[in-house]
Design a protein around this ligand. Structure first.
Ligand code: BTN
Length: 331
């Protein structure tokens, strides 16, 4: 951990009581001068660190910016996800950066966030708008020892983790639209893009990319998407603390991923089913050139959607573009 991450960790833990200089001094390589320099640098970054009456320091607030040291200081108990964190002011796509980390053999749990992306991508080769400073655009490197056929479990666990974190940070109750969309009042506020490196049925690595429209104003949502997209601030009527949400998200992802690896995917499915707007609905799913209509009945143990087709057959769908239909086939 860097000295700044250690200082922020200690200040956060102490809360309003603050921390004595003597306790903080031991966290930096270079005595009290080093500490003064680090506190000055953190203030420059926008951290409101006040001096206490007893000659210590107290953290009053932080900036609406993502900083790796700050995120690390908020995640003291992480198991895997968040072991290393990098923040870019701008990059092409955080999935591309994590792809390079994967090829370099970096261990799982590495997280890359960007304030903005110039070539953010969504599913089906779509562009993902990633304006600066108002969303969460990030990717996580995973190396799960699960069969390729179970990879959909990771999308499901990520959607549940994101819904939990958004709920806690904003008081909103996001719904999940299978397989990977997060919705608020019927409009999309986030999505997940899973990219896999695999050989035959063996997963080498997974890049879990997530985009959340946090504080986008109506004008920051592209005109053609305004009827189907929204942001957390538009729905809650207030600005959301992005660094706090980012930390919650990483924490929830870490917990849910641990559950998947420990064989507790079933508990995640239960929650997913409660939050999912797709189940029990008549849907049309485009899978490549095929368009399948049916009733979305359940999720199986691998995370695939079980669809009862209009002909009564049960189809297992592992990916596709879902549209909710207002009614089933007329009898
Ligand atoms: C979708 O709903 O189509 C998935 C969107 C995923 C967007 C995120 S933003 C961070 C990461 N980097 C990308 O280029 N895409 C994902």
């Amino acid at each position: 951990m860097s000295p700044d991450a250690r200082i922020l960790t200690r200040l956060r833990r102490a809360g309003d009581a603050g921390v004595a200089v003597s306790d903080l001094g031991s966290l930096v390589p270079d005595d009290a001068t080093g500490l003064t320099a680090r506190i000055g640098a953190l203030r420059q970054l926008g951290y409101d660190i006040a001096s206490t009456a007893h000659g210590g320091y107290v953290l009053r607030s932080g900036p609406d910016r993502l900083h790796a040291d700050d995120l690390i200081s908020r995640l003291p108990d992480r198991r895997r996800i968040g072991r290393s964190i990098q923040v870019f002011q701008e990059t092409s796509s955080t999935n591309d950066v994590v792809e390079r980390l994967a090829r370099d053999g970096v261990e799982e749990g590495a997280v890359v966030l960007a304030e903005s992306q110039t070539r953010g991508r969504g599913r089906m080769g779509r562009r993902w708008e990633s304006p600066s400073g108002c969303g969460l655009w990030f990717s996580v490197l995973l190396r799960p020892r699960i069969p390729l056929t179970a990879a959909t479990q990771l999308t499901v666990m990520a959607a549940v983790a994101a819904a939990r974190a958004i709920g806690q940070a904003s008081g909103l109750e996001p719904e999940i639209k299978w397989p990977n969309d997060l919705h608020l009042r019927g409009r999309k506020c986030g999505g997940i893009l899973l990219e896999l490196g695999a050989e035959s049925d063996q997963i080498h690595h997974v890049i879990l990319g997530m985009g959340i429209d946090v504080n986008l104003s109506a004008s920051e949502i592209p005109t053609q998407l305004r009827s189907i997209a929204t942001s957390l601030s538009l729905e809650s009527g207030r600005r959301i603390d992005r660094p706090a949400l980012a930390a919650r998200l990483l924490e929830e992802l870490d917990l849910a991923y641990h559950d998947v690896l420990e064989g507790r995917f079933g508990t995640i499915v239960d929650e997913w089913e409660r939050r999912c707007t797709t189940l029990g609905r008549w849907v049309s799913i485009r899978v490549g050139p095929r368009e399948i209509h049916g009733l979305a009945e359940a999720l199986d143990e691998q995370g695939a959607l079980l669809l009862r087709t209009e002909h009564g057959r049960l189809e297992r769908i592992i990916g596709g573009e879902v549209s909710l239909l207002s009614a089933g086939p007329s009898s």
